[in-house]
Structure formats: structure tokens, C-alpha cells
Design a protein around this ligand. Structure first.
Ligand SMILES: [Zn+2]
Length: 363
């Protein structure tokens, strides 16, 4: 996940709680992050004085909705243990910034895995300049096609590069960034979903699109370091009519392995793809995944923006930006604490169950 505005937005859609949340919660936003106002880098704001109240309210709201969901959990076709094993295997490759040896190993691992399970894999190659020394870096989006013969298609996107440094780490911001949640989680989810899609016939084709260069960022206070290189390239190819089939909808998964899963509606997704958001949260309700909470909370700049804005594919960002959990004083995002120990295969399973239910509902 990249540049993200963190808002605690009390946009509640059930009347019993609206009056509480409609009350003023803050005297103004408090901001942390780069002081340079032109920066596109990581920045995070929150409503300072309302934070504690918000936590209580979100808890109350969550409980209310949790009680409303009575559906028994479906028997999952998705193997949580194996998915977690994939996440660990990816992390064992080490940091995986664009163009790095570990990134090349990861590409090989994903291609072999998905081809073995019957997918058709395309390597969509393009180049960029290294932000530090200007050298040419080859980037590769991986497009993993299931049922490639179908014209109507859906994108399940995730970035698979990792940020070069854990630059929000309070102790060691130039240390080692493993990116278990912010990087490996989306890939591990796809790798395990591959086992399910191998034997599932859907009415739509599914493309896993693994984006390179989501955060090839060495210093996010300077304008020359750019986000979303892979998703922009992919979206431009779609917009130019150079991709086979017709992408009807999309979902980007990012940071979906947090042990304490909580996925809210993301506001750009609501702006560009509200009907898809609603479909997905309805699917979550059907399969009894209460960790999808149908309220707006975050506004995130992520790979879904190029897909919506350039490719015109209505695309949702599914992200658990409360890492480790809502209201926590700790924040593992872009720190050395983004490691497998803080992730869970069960969280991956929940997200995959929702996505599979949603995919099966597509006609
Ligand atoms: Zn990130």
C-alpha cells in the first residue's frame, strides 16, 4: 500500500448509530509524515481527539453488524495452512524490490506454480529508470489467466514488489523490509486460489494481475519517485485495446493477511465502483465473514486507481490498513514488523472465501 490518507469516517448506514457518529468528533486533523506539502509520499492523518471515541464506536458498530450475520461459515476450498506456507516461502526470498534478484526468483516461483496448476501466464515487461542512479530497470507484470477462452473477464490484482526500505520504522528506517503483509499477502492468496480455480468453472474468466513497481520508492518526499508503475502500465495497455477479452470488474487485494483482519469500504472504491463494493460485502455476509465491515474508513491511493481512472475497469481496493488492528498504538505498515509472524493464513482464507463467493455469483 502506498500513499494513503487514513480517515476515520463515520459514514454509517444504519440509523441506530448515525446520531452518535454524526456528533463532532474532532477539532481538526492531525497529520504525521513528510513535512513537504508537495510530497506524494506516505502520509497519514487522523482525527486526533476523536480517536478513542472512534475506536469505541467502531467496536460498537462492528458488534452490531457481527450479530446481524448469522450465516454459518462455508466449508472453504481454500487451504489456509498452505496459503500461509506460500507467504512464508515468498518472504524467505528476502526483500523483493523491482529488479532485485529476489524479485526474479519470485517471478519464477509464481510462473512455475500457476502454470503447473493449469493457468496461462503472460509476462508483461516494461522498463523504468532507477530513481537513484538513472539506470534501466526491467519491470514485469504477471498476468495469470484462468479460462482464457472467455471474453468477459475479472481482474484480481495485487502488487508483488516490496518497498526498498521500511521507512516508517521508528527504530531502523533503512533496515530490512520483508513485506509479508504489504507484498507477499496478495501473492500468497493468488497462489492458493490457483488450486481452487484449477477445478472451478466460472461464467467469467479470471486474471490474476500481479503488479510490479507499486512502490519502487526510495524517498517518497521527492516527486521523481513514482508509485503504481505496474498498474499504470497495465491500465494503459487495456485502454489502448491491447489486452485480450473485456475486463468487466476488478479487485485489488493489499495487506490482506493481517492476523486481526478488519476490512472496511475504501472511499475511492466507493466513488468509482460502488456497485462492486456492495457485491463483495454482500458476498462476505453470505459466507459469514464478519471481518468485512460495510462502513467507509480509509481513503487509499493504491493500484485500483489506475485501473479505475485509466482502464475504466470498476475496481475495488480490499485492504486492511489497520495493521495490526484498529485503534492500536503500534503500526506495522512499512516497518520491520511486517513479517510472517504478524500474518495469518486464516485471514487469507477469509478474503479468498469472499472473493470466490463473489466470483461464483458473476453471470
Ligand atoms: Zn506499501
Amino acid at each position: 500500500m502506498d500513499c494513503l490518507i487514513y480517515r476515520q469516517i463515520c459514514q454509517l448506514d444504519h440509523s441506530t448509530i448515525r446520531p452518535l457518529c454524526a456528533a463532532p468528533m474532532s477539532t481538526g486533523p492531525k497529520s504525521i509524515g513528510p513535512s513537504n506539502p508537495r510530497s506524494r509520499g506516505k502520509w497519514l492523518t487522523w482525527l486526533s481527539h476523536g480517536a478513542i471515541l472512534s475506536v469505541v464506536l467502531f467496536c460498537l458498530c462492528g458488534c452490531t453488524e457481527a450479530e446481524a450475520v448469522n450465516a454459518p461459515p462455508a466449508k472453504s476450498e481454500f487451504n489456509a495452512n498452505r496459503a500461509y506456507g506460500y507467504l512464508k516461502a515468498i518472504c524467505q526470498l528476502g526483500p523483493r524490490p523491482s529488479g532485485s534478484p529476489a524479485m526474479l526468483e519470485q517471478q519464477k516461483m509464481i510462473i512455475e506454480h500457476c502454470e503447473k496448476l493449469g493457468a496461462v501466464v503472460e509476462q508483461q515487461k516494461f522498463a523504468t529508470r532507477h530513481p537513484n542512479d538513472g539506470s534501466t530497470v526491467e519491470l514485469v507484470n504477471l498476468i495469470v489467466r484462468w479460462q482464457p477462452e472467455l471474453k468477459d473477464r475479472i481482474v484480481i490484482g495485487a502488487h508483488y514488489d516490496t518497498r526498498p526500505y521500511p521507512d516508517r520504522d521508528p527504530v531502523n528506517p533503512r533496515g530490512t523490509f520483508i513485506g509479508a503483509n504489504d507484498g507477499a499477502s496478495g501473492v500468497a492468496l493468488c497462489m492458493e486460489m490457483a488450486h481452487v480455480l484449477r477445478s472451478t468453472k466460472l461464467s467469467v474468466g479470471v486474471d490474476f494481475v500481479l503488479f510490479d513497481g507499486e512502490e519502487f520508492l526510495f524517498d517518497d518526499t521527492r516527486d521523481r519517485d513514482r508509485y503504481f508503475l505496474g498498474s499504470i502500465h497495465f491500465a494503459q495497455q487495456v485502454a489502448a485495446g491491447l489486452m485480450p477479452g473485456k475486463y468487466r470488474k476488478g479487485v485489488v487485494v493489499d495487506m490482506v493477511a493481517d492476523k486481526q483482519l478488519s476490512i472496511y469500504r475504501e472511499t475511492y472504491s466507493m466513488q468509482y465502483a460502488e456497485s462492486v463494493v456492495k457485491e463483495i460485502f454482500a458476498a462476505a455476509k453470505r459466507v459469514g465473514v464478519n471481518d468485512f465491515i460495510p462502513r467507509n474508513r480509509h481513503e487509499g491511493r493504491d493500484d485500483h486507481l489506475p485501473l479505475n481512472q485509466i482502464a475504466k475497469i470498476p475496481t475495488v481496493d480490499l485492504i486492511d490498513f489497520d495493521y495490526p488492528k484498529p485503534g492500536s498504538r503500534d503500526n506495522y505498515w512499512h516497518t520491520e514488523k511486517d513479517v510472517p509472524e504478524n500474518c495469518s493464513g486464516d485471514s487469507l482464507r477469509k478474503v479468498a472465501d469472499v472473493l470466490l463467493e463473489w466470483l461464483k455469483s458473476q453471470k
